[in-house]
Design a binder for this molecule. Structure first.
Ligand code: FE2
Length: 379
């Protein structure tokens, strides 16, 4: 049987259910009251600001009626009904995470031994919401997923983006061509191999998703390589906690000046953490790394050692997944997590990819909306 207990003084309640025992503060409960005066029943948006709630808000009465918790707040003398399932799903009464570099349970860090490639045909994803949900869940969990059997005509990548979001335009345009050029403005447009990197760390904000759509790939070589930057960061943390901390604590600098009108410059850590230690983003791109000037003299030697070790792990075959994109295939990946690379290739045959950027918000929103709709339909 669920139980609710009011603390002396009324500053919090304790709710005990089958899902555990959780405390909730009076101010938190009042701010999250589901009544129509607090939160609009139509669009779900909050109608009040914190200053509309008395700063000494406390609880004078708390009781359970079935699955509803009835809470009375003072000095408003306002009684609000809460669903106990909603409360336990939003419980926050837990010890803070102690380990820096933790990940959400939806994210599965991988290396060569356990990396999985999620492939679905473009037509299936366009017609089957459950298949699209599963593909987007793989994109979220593993940081990448592949569409197959798409058209092999210029601009076909638009159909992949349309599955979940919108193209992010940059000074490269709506999309960029990745094929060998005689005088390349970027080394990506040559037959050279490229070290694993994240794209465009010199942008603020950095594009969070990247698509590479293959139109031709008949060269020898030209394999795609992906590495999980979160797995690398955690491995570095376990090997050398101090080196890991240096890459999270100090900003590197990135820049790109491809033409007279462009001077893109940023300052970001190579390993970005949320304030509570969650791994948020990796930025690693040797080609666009500017002189690092934000690391104090006394830490620079150790910083470079950690930077070097991170690069060794990027290059390590036991961290990598390798595959060859076929014409009509498109890899979509998290550009703030995965590092992408390619092997060098011959001048025989042709290799033509079209790439573009998109963002997490569209993909995550589509995943959440599809998951909700499919769960409701199943009930
Ligand atoms: Fe790239």
């Amino acid at each position: 049987m669920p139980q609710i207990t009011l603390a002396p003084g009324g500053d919090h309640i304790t709710l005990a259910t089958d899902s555990g025992t959780h405390r909730f503060h009076a101010i938190w409960l009042r701010d999250n009251a589901p009544d129509a005066a607090t939160r609009d029943p139509g669009n779900g948006q909050k109608r009040i600001t914190l200053s509309d709630i008395h700063k000494d808000t406390c609880i004078s009465h708390a009781s359970l009626e079935g699955t509803k918790a009835q809470i009375t707040f003072e000095p408003e003398n306002k009684t609000v009904s809460y669903d106990t399932g909603w409360l336990t799903r939003h419980a926050y009464d837990r010890a803070p995470k102690q380990v820096s570099g933790w990940l959400d349970t939806a994210i599965k860090a991988w290396d060569a031994s356990n990396g999985m490639i999620k492939r679905s045909t473009l037509a299936t994803l366009q017609s089957d919401p459950a298949a699209l949900r599963d593909w987007l869940a793989a994109l979220r969990g593993h940081g990448f997923a592949i569409t197959t059997d798409g058209p092999t005509e210029s601009g076909a990548f638009e159909q992949v983006v349309a599955l979940f979001g919108h193209v992010r335009e940059t000074n490269y345009g709506r999309w960029f061509e990745v094929r060998t050029e005689v005088n390349p403005v970027n080394l990506a447009y040559t037959g050279l191999g490229l070290q694993g990197h994240t794209d465009n760390p010199y942008r603020d904000p950095t594009p969070t998703l990247q698509l590479l759509y293959c139109l031709e790939n008949s060269v020898d070589g030209g394999l795609s390589i992906l590495t999980d930057g979160f797995a690398i960061a955690q491995r570095l943390r376990d090997e050398d906690p101090q080196g890991f901390e240096l890459l999270t604590k100090y900003c590197a600098r990135f820049e790109y000046a491809g033409d007279a009108k462009t001077r893109l410059r940023t300052r970001h850590p190579m390993i970005e953490l949320a304030p509570d230690g969650e791994l948020r983003a990796i930025r690693f791109n040797n080609r666009s790394c500017a002189p690092i000037t934000d690391v104090p003299f006394d830490d620079m030697q150790a910083y470079y050692a950690a930077y070097r070790r991170f690069g060794e792990l990027v290059d390590a075959p036991d961290m990598q997944i390798t595959f060859k994109l076929a014409p009509g295939e498109c890899v979509v990946f998290d550009n703030t997590r995965l590092l992408h690379a390619r092997t060098g290739f011959s001048s025989n045959g042709a290799r033509w990819l079209q790439g573009c950027y998109a963002d997490h918000d569209g993909a995550r929103s589509t995943l959440a909306a599809l998951s909700e709709a499919l769960a409701e339909a199943a009930q």
